[in-house]
Ligand binder design. Structure first.
Ligand SMILES: [Zn+2]
Length: 291
């Protein structure tokens, strides 16, 4: 196997330094019915054109750190030490970027799927970022931490309900925010439900520049930007997910607002443009700063 250099990438948004931190990649068999009401042959054709192997799904994971005024924030925590063997690189990449877990002052969580929250704790179940306050969307907390919702939820979601109890039970400092709140100076939460009931995007603004972290508004945008109506198996409410996707894409399409995208190919930074009734995802050119 060839050695790869560290998976981090630094850029700037006004006075903020933003660092993309790769947590890893998974190649797995594609479940049947991956996209609701789309036949398997069509899904196979579209995914193979995007470079996926026959019957495969390729999933990549990239969190982001934001540094400003001596404060260091993490946006989503990845799998960390609690995911598949091909993930868990976020800690090493944080170190390679010149930071350490102890430097993290705050962590903003977009939603409670394992690839975003499992990394909040170590393998031993202790806080992975002991000095960090953890900020979570109130609507997401209200859904996943409700025993009533857990009782009513299908079997496929039970693991996530249990993970939420394990992770947040181990953390002392969890702060809930509402949609629309400015959580920290220059960083506001944006309502983005569908993928999960309380999913939240983050609007990052500094000195006239803007970066919109869109979390899991879709999986890999090189596929889903062209198929914004696709309802993936990962989305709890497919119709809401489609509506949120179009709303956020419409907001930034054709503008110089960059998006940061957890499941986009590394470093997960790019732009969206409109193409007829659909969109396309344009990765930011490596090494080129947005104006
Ligand atoms: Zn995800």
């Amino acid at each position: 196997m060839p050695m790869h250099p560290p998976g981090f990438y630094k850029t700037h948004v006004g006075e903020f330094t933003v660092t993309a931190l790769h947590d890893g990649v998974i190649v797995r068999d594609r479940p049947s019915g991956f996209i609701k009401d789309v036949d398997e042959a069509t899904i196979e054709t579209v995914l193979s054109q995007a470079g996926f192997g026959p019957g495969k799904l390729v999933l990549t994971f990239t969190a982001f750190a934001v540094e400003s005024d001596g404060q260091l924030l993490l946006i989503d925590a990845g799998f960390g030490e609690n995911g598949p063997a091909t993930t868990g690189k976020i800690g090493a990449n944080l170190d390679a970027a010149g930071y350490s877990a102890d430097d993290i002052d705050g962590i903003l969580i977009s939603h409670f799927h394992a690839d975003h929250i499992a990394g909040l704790i170590t393998k031993e179940g202790t806080p992975a970022y002991p000095g960090a306050a953890v900020y979570v969307p109130a609507p997401e907390w209200n859904f996943w931490m409700s025993d009533d919702q857990m009782t009513r939820a299908p079997a496929g979601l039970q693991q996530t309900f249990q993970l939420c109890r394990k992770v947040f039970g181990a953390l002392g400092n969890v702060r809930k925010f509402a949609w629309g709140d400015e959580i920290l100076p220059g960083i506001s939460s944006v309502k983005a439900p569908g993928h999960t009931p309380g999913m939240t995007a983050f609007d990052i603004r500094s000195q006239g520049e803007r970066l919109l972290y869109v979390a899991d508004v879709s999986n890999n945008p090189t596929v889903f930007a062209h198929h914004p109506d696709w309802q993936a198996i990962f989305d709890i409410d497919g119709l809401d997910a489609v509506a949120t996707r179009k709303k956020l894409f419409d907001e930034v399409a054709g503008s110089n607002v960059r998006i940061a995208y957890f499941h986009a190919p590394f470093p997960g930074l790019g732009f969206v443009a409109r193409v007829g009734e659909t969109y396309t995802y344009l990765p930011q050119v490596w090494g080129v700063e947005a104006s």
